[in-house]
Design a protein around this ligand. Structure first.
Ligand code: SAM
Length: 357
């Protein structure tokens, strides 16, 4: 059946279901794949009806399935939170108009309001997250001081939604590889909504790399099993594996280097490109490249999650396995190549003599 016709039919059923939570729940479940935001709106409507426990559980499960688990992790990263709070306190004045892109819990918007901003707007693309954030804002007494707009930033109308350019633009839409949550196109557009002397928090971001040894990766790679060589199957292995930055098994075996730097405040354009970083081997074998991020929260506040025993970060380090163990003498330079298409990042070590970027 044609998609539009199917949705029209589902909306008719939803209309007829009226206040019947079980019937509405069926409609919501039918919409999850193709109209997720509408499914979320229905689930919220159902919960407000105080339905029987089984329907309430189904509606709550639908909402939870729409929300990534990392929301519960990022707000526990005190170094991240404090870096943003300090930067916002420095940037914001009572005259400031602030836009927070990606409300999540509403934490950064509340920080901006607490710092004394005259006006705070926050936008959130995920309807389930936006609904929960509204409750957080109410619970903290910010419902009338922060305007939450349930939209993706690309759908914002500068004049209608924000009343014109803003003084401070804050966001935390950064993934483990910096760019995977789509921050580059968002920053390109959002930089134009800032007043000429406006501040962007974070101002810039960098992808950092080093050679590494991982026993875990060595164990997980396919090799000889029962006398058979299964190594050809490694072509199906994940391109990158996540590690906690404090994992003691991450053994960095070279100097660190910047692979890619993005000046968000410049507004780009951030075109797909290949970049090269030179690291100096420490003489021990390496079986991968480890990648992490550094954020210039403002001109003087830095956040970096370089892996080291005992460190913590809400962002993971990513391990890119090498096709074979790399043996280099201590002091020898190794070139790490990275290619991005504005959302995905691919990392490898340059072959001997390869010129690359
Ligand atoms: C990593 S969370 C950060 C939440 C909160 N700002 C914080 O720092 O704790 C990013 C949130 O932004 C939302 N988001 C990402 N890109 C967005 C965009 N371009 N417009 C609106 N919301 C966005 C996601 O749905 C998610 O809820």
């Amino acid at each position: 059946m044609d998609r539009a016709v199917r949705h029209e039919a589902l909306e008719i059923i939803a209309g007829q279901a009226g206040k019947n939570p079980a019937a509405l729940m069926h409609v919501a479940q039918e919409m999850v794949e193709t109209r997720p935001q509408r499914a979320v709106a229905l689930a919220i409507e159902i919960l407000a009806m105080t339905p029987p426990p089984s329907i309430a559980a189904a509606a709550a499960a639908l909402l939870k399935d729409m929300v990534p688990g990392w929301h519960f992790v990022i707000v526990r990263d005190d170094a991240r939170n404090s870096a943003y709070d300090r930067a916002l306190r420095r940037a914001v004045t009572p005259q400031s108009r602030v836009l927070d892109i990606g409300s999540g819990t509403g934490l950064l918007a509340m920080m901006a309001a607490r710092a004394g901003a005259g006006e705070v707007f926050t936008c959130e693309q995920n309807a389930a997250v936006a609904a929960a954030a509204r409750r957080v804002l109410e619970a903290n007494g910010f419902a009338d001081r922060i305007r939450l707009i349930g939209k993706h930033s690309s759908e914002l109308d500068l004049d209608r939604d924000l009343g014109g350019p803003v003084d401070v633009l804050v966001s935390e839409i950064v993934s483990n590889n910096l760019i995977g949550e789509g921050c580059l196109p968002v920053m390109e557009e959002a930089a134009r909504w800032l007043k000429p002397d406006g501040q962007m928090i974070p101002r810039a971001g960098t992808v950092r790399v080093a050679l590494v040894w991982s026993d875990t990766a060595e164990r997980e790679a396919m090799g000889m099993v029962e006398g058979f060589d299964l190594s050809a199957f490694n072509m199906l292995a994940a391109a990158a594996r996540r590690y906690r930055v404090g994992d003691p098994k991450i053994d960095i075996r070279s100097s660190s280097a910047d692979l890619m730097h993005f000046d968000f405040r410049s507004g780009g354009p951030f075109r797909a490109h290949e970049a090269r970083a030179a690291v100096v081997a420490d003489g021990r074998p390496a079986n991968g490249v480890i990648q992490w991020i550094r954020l210039n929260i403002d001109d003087s506040i830095l956040y970096e999650n370089r892996p080291a025993p005992g460190t913590e970060s809400c962002w993971a380090a990513l391990f890119y396995p090498l096709p074979e163990i790399l043996e280099r003498r201590a002091g020898e330079t190794v070139h790490i190549l990275g290619t991005h298409d504005r959302v995905s990042l691919f990392i490898r070590v340059a072959a001997a003599g390869e010129t690359g970027a």
